[in-house]
Design a protein around this ligand. Structure first.
Ligand code: HMG
Ligand code: MG
Length: 301
């Protein structure tokens, strides 16, 4: 077996991917307090909101206020989802260190999610990427439905590679590969990484697993065996994409930390602070989140 990485970087996407799917409105003040708590956990990147059409994602319609009110820890990179030039303008005004552009590997999910075909999306994102780079921002390119699409079924690694090439040509610094509906099994992860790692260094790739079928931890183990050491996750396993029917939340940061720390892999994150941030957001949402590790911690209190 390949040696596992000694350090893994976690991007906490709970305030964005987590809250975007919640029906219950979380006040701006509570979002800000939560993000401030996460900022003190040792996590190196937080995706704090989305600068998208607020009619499509009402839960994050206060992105500008959140961006302006959070305490900025200099050790944390604060990023946000940006779909177009209007979003970039708002995000720059609110304050971002990184812009996350996004599109799908499958035509139908791209249409449902951002109302454009794949071909129509490239020039829009190209402009956003160029502008964000000239403003000195780090840019991540998310690609959704890299394994399975809720509308089209299996997606081939070659189709994903074509989108990766276009986004890298436009100048993204790295790529986050999304198992949007949380259905992939490790062999699918292997097939995609076998192809992509022939072309790109592992540092360019982030894996973004949703956990609908409980496969995310197995998929993270598989990715690490390929040397991948960057993952996205959400506190408590919050989340999902409202435009991907059947998708559950992301893999829980709490569970990923339990795995990594148990394996002796450093993350720089204090697990207890993430557990407390999980308890905080559970109480604000008024529901129990799926993370088993969070449930264990909460019961032991
Ligand atoms: P569109 O309808 O094609 O855009 O939407 P438009 O330019 O025609 O504008 C329509 C309306 O939206 C107008 O307002 C614009 O002003 C407004 P109206 O005239 O109707 O009042 N608008 C905006 N408002 C604020 N900020 C903006 C903005 N842009 C337009 N930036 C668009 C195109 C992409 C904007 C829209 O489809 C959209 O907002 N989609 C968001 C979808 C989304 O956020 N999905 C969830 C995130 S993706 C995800 O979860 C997957 C991921 O986690 C990875 C994975 O798991 O795979 C990243
Ligand atoms: Mg996602």
């Amino acid at each position: 077996m390949t040696r596992l990485p000694s350090f893994v970087q976690i991007k906490e996407v709970g305030p964005r991917d987590g809250l975007q799917n919640e029906k219950k409105w979380i006040s701006t003040a509570d979002k800000v307090s939560w993000i401030n708590m996460i900022s003190e956990s040792g996590v190196k990147e937080i995706e704090y909101s989305s600068f998208v059409n607020p009619k499509m994602i009402p839960a994050l319609s206060d992105a500008r206020e959140v961006g302006k009110q959070i305490n900025r820890n200099p050790d944390v990179l604060y990023s946000a989802l940006v779909p177009n030039m209007k979003g970039l303008e708002y995000a720059l005004e609110a304050g971002i260190d990184g812009a996350s552009v996004f599109m799908s590997a499958s035509e139908m999910h791209n249409l449902k999610n951002i109302n454009k075909t794949i071909e129509e999306t490239f020039p829009i994102l190209d402009k956003v990427i160029q502008e964000a780079k000239s403003a000195g921002k780090r840019v991540t390119g998310y690609i959704s439905t890299v394994f399975d699409c809720p509308y089209e079924g299996k997606i081939s690694p070659e189709q994903v590679f074509r989108v990766c090439e276009k986004l890298l040509d436009s100048g993204v610094d790295d790529l986050s590969l999304g198992d949007t509906i949380g259905t992939a099994v490790p062999t699918q992860v292997e097939q995609l990484l076998e192809l992509l790692l022939k072309h790109y260094p592992k540092e360019k790739l982030i894996l973004h697993f949703h956990d609908t079928r409980g496969m995310a931890i197995a998929n993270i183990m598989t990715s690490m065996q390929y040397g991948i050491n960057r993952f996205d996750s959400t506190i408590g396993g919050l989340g999902g994409c409202p435009y991907a029917p059947g998708a559950a939340g992301n893999v829980a940061t709490n569970d990923v930390l339990y795995l990594l720390h148990g394996l002796g892999i450093d993350t720089g994150i204090e697990e207890k602070k993430i557990q407390n941030a999980g308890i905080y957001i559970q109480s604000k949402l008024g529901k129990t989140l799926p993370s088993r590790s969070l449930a264990y911690f909460a019961n032991a209190q």
